[in-house]
Write a protein that binds this ligand. Structure first.
Ligand code: ACO
Length: 428
């Protein structure tokens, strides 16, 4: 028997059977419920989309209660252990792990698209010397739409693929240029002999040496962090990518908006907030007093809690292990001791346990990035590089979904009732 929800409208006494599919009712099925002839029909009210599914997606699965994260069905733990970022990006975008030949071709395409047009370089040079690298990043991604007008052919599969290659390949170069610009160092051209993350480290940190040799532990750690950040279903920036994409501009314009959404402190800036908090705590001895203040409602334990995960964020577990490997090379981040003590106390404390507050991905990622030599301004940029694969996959899925249309939420109008214009001289 098909599942239905029976609703009785006590305004009219009428009953309605609303079909339930995949655990959801269609909000438009409620439109038939009207109190009278002039009534436009019942709507749902859901600020911040707390309980509204806006799409069907085959890309990422999350079970927040059990702490499960899967890309295209593959557990994040297995991908972090066995895959590379480039292979994972292929999986996220095209839906299957590549064969050896496909991976070779994909890697080749990405490697050959890492260079930026010299005019892009000039454009980036025009930013203020102290411009925030994330501002530079998102502006440059937007500017790409003027360099690649062919990207407007969004329903041409070949053209889409070309833009995908360009985007995945060029975001590390933009990020590295943005960083070098902010510290006044000359830009470093990509080195095609190196891996995706090895080349990124080269473009960031190469000085006068003829050839840059990335540390293999740091190169792999960055790759793992990139795998963990490739996609996270319908978060704020991904929803932005879909909403902008729904009016059908080129993907660069849509991605500039997605990157802007990621720029905000509530999304891509949380790991910076963790570092600020750890500095404020200052020492292990101050941890109990800090926890007491948090429990008393004075601020939050940053890097703890998540809208979706009500158990340990699976990415946080992997990151903790990566942190140990990185610190072996870089030396311990002095803030680590404080972070470990905060975690130890919080995981035993009734306040955090009863609210299901566990460390999220941001609790340790900032410590790793700082130990690797990144300034905090680079943190959201480091997030944007791998998330590009998720944004693109979700954008393409939206474009090809016959159920999707231009995004246009409803509102409940609470403003003034109709009134006549008052001339300036008559206004009080
Ligand atoms: N420290 C202390 N108390 C907390 C925390 C925290 N980090 N997070 C939630 N709580 C408490 C709230 O005060 C509330 O308590 P109450 O029921 O007594 O009022 C309860 O737990 C539920 O919290 P909500 O704010 O309703 O949970 P929500 O799902 O809206 O918030 C969020 C999730 C924003 C992530 C929150 O846990 C938070 O602010 N965490 C710290 C910031 C952070 O780490 N953000 C990164 C998230 S991961 C990412 O974006 C990549």
């Amino acid at each position: 028997m098909p599942e239905t929800l029976t609703i009785t409208d006590n305004r009219t006494g009428k009953s309605y059977d609303i079909p339930i599919t995949d655990g959801a009712i269609k909000a438009t099925d409620l439109k038939q419920i009207k109190a009278g002839q002039d009534d436009g029909g019942l709507a749902t009210y859901d600020p911040a989309f707390m309980n509204t599914a806006a799409c069907r997606s085959r890309i990422t699965f999350i079970d927040g209660d059990k702490g499960v994260l899967e890309y295209r069905g593959y557990p994040i733990e297995q991908l972090a252990e066995k895959s590379t970022y480039l292979e994972t990006a292929y999986l996220v975008i095209f839906g299957e792990l590549p064969t050896a030949t496909q991976l070779q071709q994909w890697t080749r395409e990405i490697t050959f698209h890492t260079m930026l047009h010299e005019n892009i370089k000039k454009l980036m040079e025009a930013f203020q010397y102290d411009a925030h690298p994330m501002g530079v990043f998102l502006s440059t991604v937007g500017a790409f739409s003027t360099f690649y007008p062919d990207a407007k052919k969004i329903f041409d599969e070949k053209s889409r693929k070309k833009q995908i290659h360009r985007l995945i390949a060029k975001v590390p170069t933009i990020a590295a240029y943005a960083y070098r610009h902010s510290i006044g160092r000359p830009y470093v051209y990509p080195d095609n002999d190196l891996s995706f993350t090895g080349n990124f480290l080269n473009m960031l940190f190469k000085m006068t040496e003829l050839k840059y040799h990335p540390n293999p532990v740091l190169e792999r750690a960055l790759d793992v962090l990139f795998i963990l950040h490739a996609d996270h279903e319908q978060n704020c920036s991904t929803s932005t990518m879909r909403v902008i994409g729904s009016s059908q501009p080129d993907p660069y314009s849509a991605m500039a908006g997605a990157a802007a959404a990621l720029y905000g402190p509530l999304h891509g800036g949380a790991n910076e907030a963790v570092l600020r908090m750890l500095n404020e705590v200052g020492s292990v001895a101050n941890v109990p007093a800090f926890i007491k203040r948090v429990k008393g409602g004075e601020g939050r334990l940053m890097g703890f809690g998540h809208r979706v995960y009500k158990s340990y964020d699976p990415r946080a577990k992997i990151i903790k292990q990566t942190a140990d490997e990185v610190f072996e090379v870089t030396g311990k981040n002095p803030l680590l001791e404080i972070a470990l003590e905060l975690e130890r106390i919080a995981l035993q404390d009734e306040y955090f346990v009863s609210r299901k507050l566990y460390p999220n991905v941001d609790f340790y990622s900032g410590l790793i990035y700082q130990a690797m030599g990144f300034p905090v301004e680079m943190f959201p940029v480091l997030f944007a590089i791998p998330r590009t694969s998720g944004w693109i996959a979700q954008w393409e899925e939206m474009l090809l979904d016959p159920e999707q249309k231009i995004a246009r939420p409803k509102q409940i109008y609470t403003g003034a009732a109709k009134r006549d214009y008052v001339s300036l001289s008559a206004r009080k």
